[in-house]
Design a protein around this ligand. Structure first.
Ligand SMILES: Cc1cc2nc3c(=O)[nH]c(=O)nc-3n(C[C@H](O)[C@H](O)[C@H](O)COP(=O)(O)O)c2cc1C
Length: 231
């Protein structure tokens, strides 16, 4: 018998950490975390993921080099997000507010591992198989449904990779480590390729920073989930 997991505690206590110590978990520990995450569910059990694990020293160097630029790129998206939540604010106020927030909480401090999570395969494979479907196997609305089928498989893959990344994040949390799921790294795909960190042609889905937390982040508010009940 194993000890029951304090699941509610893990879910509520998990936070996104952006401040790490300079000493990080060992490579062996990170390898175990990654292999554990393979138990994530995936569409058709395809397990459409792979990881590039960047050492803490290299991650720190990448952050020092690119962090400011990263935020410049994502600031417009962040302003858009804020605009939904704060409809009373003018554009100028939104930009000031976003910039202030980013200056306060945007940067990653210390030296975490950076786990770059890739999606393997997806819509292209589906398109190939659909293109080769024999005529007598095509339903009357086959052609009009193709695009939907292609984007569905692409999205199922993306969704599976997201769950895998969340397994990394929760696995880190269960070990008492700090971590943060970060889509920002996707913006740096070309630069990461040029520096030899990423192999060209990979479909980067997100990065997960993992390390020993240097501080406990505050708990952001959550809204109740909107549920429609149907009898
Ligand atoms: C898909 C996804 C992408 C995210 N991207 C980033 C990111 O690029 N940078 C970052 O600092 N945090 C990122 N986060 C973390 C969120 O900002 C964080 O989950 C949210 O503010 C709630 O805080 P909490 O995780 O501590 O509850 C991301 C989270 C998710 C699920």
């Amino acid at each position: 018998m194993t000890e029951p997991l304090d699941w509610t505690g893990l879910l509520q206590g998990r936070r996104s950490h952006r401040s790490f110590q300079d000493s990080a978990p060992t490579r062996q520990d990170i390898a175990a975390l990654i292999q554990e995450a393979r138990w994530a569910p995936s569409g058709g059990n395809r397990q459409p993921w792979a990881v590039t694990a960047v050492s803490p020293a290299r991650t720190r160097a990448l952050l020092d080099r690119w962090q400011d630029r990263l935020w410049t790129w994502v600031l417009p998206s962040y302003v858009g997000l804020l605009a939904e939540r704060r409809p009373e604010m003018t554009q100028a106020q939104l930009w000031d507010f976003a910039q202030e927030k980013v200056a306060q909480a945007g940067s990653v401090l210390g030296s975490p591992w950076l786990l770059l999570v890739h999606q393997v395969g997806g819509g292209d494979q589906t398109r190939h198989h659909l293109d080769n479907t024999p005529v007598d196997r095509r339903s009357p609305d086959f052609d009009t449904r193709i695009e939907r089928a292609v984007s569905l498989t692409e999205n199922v893959g993306r969704c599976s990779v997201g769950i895998f990344a969340q397994h990394l994040h929760l696995g880190a949390s269960a070990r008492g480590w700090g971590s943060c799921l970060q889509w920002q790294w996707v913006m740096l795909q070309e630069e990461l390729q040029a520096e030899g960190v990423l192999t060209p042609g990979l479909s980067l889905a997100c990065g997960v920073t993992v390390g020993h937390a240097a501080e406990v982040p505050s708990t952001p508010a959550r809204s109740p989930v909107n549920v429609s009940w149907v009898d």
